[in-house]
Ligand binder design. Structure first.
Ligand SMILES: [Zn+2]
Ligand SMILES: [Zn+2]
Length: 382
């Protein structure tokens, strides 16, 4: 998008007085602020940014003079390498009375780490996110669960209003950055200038120099605590799924939005069950007699036990399907199946009497003369 002339953006004459510029900006800000421009907030934000950049330059006597003399190149170094950002805007105080009461306004600016009072020490910044992992029994994947977890929190110290200074007053404006919290460095590289903007090393971006530390928080401005939160894990959650709990991360500075809490769900590995999507897989071993004659065995399911009917003549490795004993679909009502592979236990040795009975019933194999097991080559050769 080609840049438009700043005077044109604000709709004022080149000879406009500072008051006229301010009035023009306020009028446009009212028009483009996010409460009004709900249909197309993205376009409104672009527009708002454009008028704010123009105002940032024209409201400042020196910047305006540079712009009048050299055009955009006269003010380039006032902003970061990528051009104007909300970090460069120092006149939000001119809007507070206009838009400050609107929560949308705060939300609108909240994401930019935007200074609230014309670059003053308090900043609207978003708190950091917190990530935790919880481990649940496999049955929770079917029924859901409501575990209570302990989340480390950092909240602003109330004794110093988060400033870290005794009583919230024992500080002065940082002499290095003059309260901006950031410093700009211009490096000359041959014919080009490199502008870098970084956090002020002296005050670490707070814009303040603490004269006397708050004894409650030892000057950090924050207090660590633990918050207990009940997490609703819905049925059907996959292993490794991440639940987002908005607003339960770290607290932000004054006026800012807290970060979010991300909870990763892990299920305890089961010794008997394997999960594949909505289906569960298990194995069981039945005695030869059960496979031959039929019967019933008890098998472990996700939540407990079930009886599995084994029909007479069941072959080794036959899969049986228990419908609806698998895992539920996330946010759905249907459940997968439990598939059980049946192994058959062949006795390793038989008594002589048992041999005779098997031989009689199944009519197989040569008669053994001794109780000893005979080598295979002999059996083959006979
Ligand atoms: Zn500083
Ligand atoms: Zn404190």
């Amino acid at each position: 998008m080609p840049k438009r002339d700043y005077y044109e953006v604000l709709g004022v004459a080149k000879t406009a007085s500072p008051d006229e510029i301010k009035q023009a900006y306020r009028k446009l800000a009212r028009q483009y602020h996010p409460d009004v421009a709900k249909e197309n907030p993205k376009a409104a934000e672009e527009k708002f940014k454009e008028i704010s950049e123009a105002y940032e330059v024209l409201a400042d006597e020196q910047k305006r003079r540079h712009y009048d003399q050299l055009g955009f190149s006269g003010v380039e170094t006032d902003f970061g390498p990528g051009g104007f950002t909300w970090q460069n805007f120092t006149h939000v105080g001119d809007l507070e009375d206009l838009l400050g009461a609107s929560p949308l306004f705060r939300q609108f600016f909240g994401g930019f780490g935007f200074p609230t009072e014309g670059g003053g020490p308090s900043r609207i910044a978003r708190g950091s996110d917190v990530e935790l992992t919880i481990r649940l029994p496999l049955a929770a994947a079917v029924r859901g669960a409501h575990p209570t977890i302990e989340v480390p929190r950092s909240t602003p110290c109330s004794d110093c209003q988060g400033t870290g200074a005794r009583g919230g007053t024992a500080f002065e404006t940082c002499p290095e950055c003059h309260g901006q919290g950031q410093v700009r460095r211009v490096q000359n590289r041959g014919f080009t200038q490199l502008l870098t903007i970084g956090q002020c090393p002296r005050c670490h971006g707070t814009g303040r120099r603490i004269l006397e530390k708050c004894p409650t928080c030892r000057g950090t401005g924050r207090l660590n605590s633990v918050e207990r939160i009940e997490v609703a894990v819905p049925p059907g959650v996959e292993d490794g799924a991440v639940l987002r709990i908005p607003g339960h991360g770290m607290a932000a500075g004054s006026g800012g939005r807290s970060g979010d809490l991300y909870v990763q769900v892990e299920f305890e590995p089961s010794a008997t069950l394997r999960r594949e999507g909505q289906d569960a897989y298990a194995e069981t071993t039945v005695p030869l007699s059960t496979a031959l004659l039929g019967g019933e065995v008890t098998v472990a399911t996700i939540e407990g036990h079930a009886n599995l009917k084994i029909p007479a003549g069941t072959q080794p490795e036959t899969p049986f399907r228990l419908r609806g004993e698998g895992f539920p679909r996330f946010r759905g009502s249907s459940r997968g199946d439990l598939i059980i592979t049946v192994h058959i236990e062949i006795p390793r040795s038989l008594s002589g009497h048992e041999r005779d009975l098997v031989r009689e019933a199944l009519g197989a194999g040569p008669r053994a003369t001794t109780g000893k097991r005979e080598p295979i080559w002999r059996r083959r050769s006979s």
